[in-house]
Design a protein around this ligand. Structure first.
Ligand SMILES: [Zn+2]
Length: 483
């Protein structure tokens, strides 16, 4: 071709690289590249028409490392447009440099396993190594084969995926916000301890729930009264309603507003209601409501702790992303600190990963107060609501959650293991999956078992989870059929 191309003015050779994914997993976290448009070129003069750029995931976050540096060669051509040599002996040429190879902390086997468990379900799994902040897996379901967004077929496939049912392009793990349900109780319990409005021994009665001034927050049956650790173990709603009211109505503060702002600051310090700053682009901040929101909704000075009591059990206006939930698990596992969660483990050629991922972030809760939550979560597994998470010879700590929403409840599970020197913290959300222990619990537990022991001793449970199809329409009731 090189000899003949002079016959085709306007045509020239251009080589390009194409991504290839040997395993069709981890689509959202890896992201994809696409051709630059006018807007990108006007903002970033480095790029020229025809260049490719990372648009999402690792491709976007580490574009500057992955792309390397373009080189320039200026040639002299003859009258037939054939290259005869470098212009001016090549003094104006620059050498291109290769991009850096990246090593990710993702455990490929675990990632694949999680994606298989989440088939035919909608939701997300995020697992973090608490000791490093490295993300071990990010599962979004439904997902897609990353090979679909490579090369010429990209535009066509992108359009298809954009309108596919279940929104497979949507990165739920970092963008979707869910009410955390009962997994939020530890956060409220710790704030109560830190503020001194409860002691670990403080006990509150529960008679089928919390009843006050016409407000009723129901609870399931359990022994009563319970202290803090056992309230976590049994997930008592009444207990945390009491704790929450003491935090907000603390006489130390002058108003509901002041008490609420103190509560809110603690929540922000735990990584809720703000972006964590991970290396997954497009991360959203979830929601910890502001006083302004309630002022607007109820009127200024017209809301009290009782008005917003559902925050005590992780319902109401709170929205937590799966990434934030997993990070909260890692923080409990570490008894009070976390590294900003990140995908990257190593940038080849550089001595270290960016500094922000190497700095410990501390919450406003002391280590001692975290210990009580660890105890409660351990008891939840040995004899409470999270028994599904038990593993042979490994002490697991966990908490179930069931999040009310307009449809069927979301199934939520938060856990970490082992109790001492934790190696994995994991958050699972299965939309419309019912109780936390129904789907999210078993899926989290199987992932931990796989990661920590490399064998699954509960093949029946594994099979049941893999085969569970929550996308099937509900079987019609007899009455419906008659209609
Ligand atoms: Zn209760």
């Amino acid at each position: 071709m090189q000899e003949k191309i002079f016959r085709y003015p306007g045509f020239f050779f251009q080589s390009r690289t194409l991504r290839r994914y040997p395993k069709p997993v981890a689509a959202h976290l890896l992201g994809y590249v696409g051709e630059v448009d006018d807007k990108i070129i006007s903002e970033k003069p480095y790029y020229q028409m025809g260049d490719y750029i990372g648009i999402s995931g690792v491709e976007a976050a580490y574009e500057d490392y992955l792309r390397g540096q373009k080189g320039v060669s200026i040639y002299t051509v003859d009258v037939h447009n054939r290259i005869v040599g470098h212009f001016a002996g090549g003094v104006l040429d620059t050498t291109p440099t290769l991009g850096n190879d990246l090593v990710l902390g993702i455990d490929l086997e675990l990632q694949e396993y999680g994606e298989n468990l989440m088939k035919n379900k909608i939701g997300s799994i995020v697992a973090i190594d608490p000791s490093t902040g490295e993300i071990l897996m990010i599962v979004n379901s439904p997902t897609y084969d990353p090979n679909l967004l490579v090369g010429r077929v990209r535009a066509k496939n992108y359009h298809k995926l954009l309108f596919a049912s279940g929104k497979p392009l949507f990165n739920r793990a970092i963008m979707s916000k869910y009410p955390p349900g009962s997994t939020f109780k530890m956060a409220n319990g710790m704030i109560g301890l830190q503020e001194g409005v409860i002691q670990p021994s403080s006990a509150f009665p529960c008679a089928g729930g919390y009843h006050f001034g016409g407000i009723k927050v129901g609870c399931h049956s359990h022994s009563s009264p319970l202290d803090l650790v056992h309230a976590v173990q049994n997930s008592c709603n009444a207990y945390f309603c009491n704790v929450f009211r003491r935090i907000i109505d603390n006489p130390k503060y002058n108003s509901t507003l002041e008490g609420f702002n103190v509560w809110r600051e603690y929540m922000l310090s735990m990584g809720f209601g703000r972006k964590l700053g991970s290396d997954q682009p497009h991360e959203l901040s979830g929601n910890i409501p502001t006083p302004e929101y309630y002022d607007k909704y109820f009127g200024k000075n017209r809301w009290k702790s009782l008005t917003i009591i559902s925050l005590s059990i992780g319902q109401g206006e709170i929205g937590i992303t799966p990434l934030q939930l997993a990070n909260y698990g890692a923080t409990i596992a570490n008894r009070g600190w976390y590294y900003i969660p990140h995908i990257i483990r190593e940038i080849k050629g550089l001595p270290e990963i960016p500094e922000k991922y190497r700095q410990k972030q501390y919450t406003k809760i002391s280590k001692e107060n975290y210990e009580y939550m660890v105890e409660g979560m351990e008891l939840a597994v040995t004899g409470g609501t999270a028994r599904i998470a038990q593993l042979d010879s490994i002490i697991v700590c966990a908490k179930t959650g069931t999040a009310q929403n307009p449809g069927k409840d979301h199934s939520i599970f938060l856990s970490f293991a082992p109790k001492n020197n934790p190696k994995i913290a994991i958050a699972v959300i299965v939309e419309n999956g019912g109780f936390g222990a129904t789907y999210a619990g078993p899926i989290a537990s199987l992932c931990m078992e796989k990661y920590l022991t490399d064998t699954i001793k509960r093949p029946d449970l594994e099979l049941r989870m893999m085969n569970a199809n929550l996308l099937k329409p509900e079987p019609k009731k007899a009455n419906d059929a008659q209609n």
